[in-house]
Ligand binder design. Structure first.
Ligand SMILES: Nc1nc2c(ncn2[C@@H]2O[C@H](COP(=O)(O)OP(=O)(O)OP(=O)(O)O)[C@@H](O)[C@H]2O)c(=O)[nH]1
Ligand SMILES: [Mg+2]
Length: 298
């Protein structure tokens, strides 16, 4: 079986840093976590890539092509579509050359046990919210026996008021709907958050959508005008428990371990294997007695 996390999120939300952190954590735990760079515009990252889309296509290829003449954003989407059209390249690298996993055919190539791969995706959020590319990539990987989870990162620094919470939540919802995968939202960069924002953050971790939207509706003329719309969205989020965020401070090993374990549970990693068991309850924000570890001192 193969396991994968599709690491997504807006530009600069911390995807590559997340991948590097998880790989390092795995390494310390004697666990192999491979990272695949699928961002053709990436310049440098702190992990050892198992595979790099830039070996297949580079952003400049799309931008400098006389016929295509893409700008950076269109070029990036072109590169991901190109990857999907040339999926043999990805499959051969991930599953072994000549592997025929999508045909249910056995080729005699031995399946690796419990391959665990993080896919570091580009920050072009439209790839996951409404374009087909993200969805197609997920289906391809599934056809190669990957059990997948979407990991959607949102920078905690942009989630410190009701309006931003609402737009972050709607983005997360669009990704959930488009990708059709088990989904985990992560509030990244918690180490950068000052204590001043601490009280505010707690209410976003276990959101009371009504209270938050009360803020939104009072904040602006737009908010007052569309009060009913915001309230309805709040009810939807609350009634269906659609969106939850798990905080991540990459400097806190326990926090990193808990998040990884939570995602492992979602994709049922290690269920069949004889793995060491740790007591773990997914972090409930209001249960965290000492949540100061998420924040920097100030
Ligand atoms: N302090 C702190 N900085 C972070 C964290 N995550 C990311 N950063 C910083 O934020 C910037 C962007 O991080 P990346 O990991 O490159 O973000 P990304 O989502 O991969 O960015 P794109 O691929 O360009 O969309 C870098 O300067 C990182 O060092 C974090 O958890 N804590
Ligand atoms: Mg990146």
């Amino acid at each position: 079986m193969r396991y994968g996390q599709l690491v997504m999120g807006p530009a600069g939300s911390g995807k590559s840093t997340y991948c590097a952190t998880m790989q390092r954590h795995g390494f310390d735990d004697k666990r192999l976590i491979k990272v695949v760079n699928l961002d053709p515009a990436a310049e440098n990252f702190d992990y050892q890539p198992f595979l790099d889309i830039r070996d297949l296509i580079q952003l400049d290829d799309a931008m400098e092509d006389e016929e295509l003449r893409y700008g950076p954003n269109g070029g990036l989407i072109f590169c991901i579509e190109y990857l999907i059209e040339h999926s043999d390249w990805l499959r051969d690298q991930l599953c072994g050359v000549g592997s025929d996993d999508d045909d249910d055919d056995t080729t005699g190539i031995e399946e690796p046990d419990d391959d665990y791969v993080l896919f570091d995706m580009p920050g072009q959020i439209e790839l996951y919210t409404h374009l087909k590319a993200g969805h197609s990539l997920a289906r391809l990987l599934e056809s190669w026996n990957f059990r997948l989870c979407s990991v959607f990162l949102v920078d905690s620094q942009f989630m410190i008021d009701g309006a931003k919470f609402l737009s972050g939540t709607m983005a997360a919802l669009s990704v959930m709907a488009n990708m059709e995968l088990p989904h985990v939202n992560v509030l990244s960069k918690m180490d950068l958050l000052s204590k001043g924002h601490r009280g505010q953050m707690d209410k976003y971790l276990d959101p009371d959508a009504h209270a938050l939207l009360g803020e939104v509706t009072n904040e602006s003329a737009w908010g007052r005008k569309y009060r009913k719309l915001s309230e309805t969205i709040g009810t939807l989020i609350e009634d269906f428990s659609l969106v939850r965020f798990t905080p991540l401070n990459i400097n806190d090993e326990e926090n990193v371990a808990d998040l990884l374990l939570m995602i492992d549970n979602v994709i049922q990693y290690g269920e069949d294997a004889d793995v060491k068991v740790r007591d773990f309850d997914p972090p409930e924000p209001d249960e965290l007695e000492d949540d100061s570890r998420y924040y920097q001192d100030d």
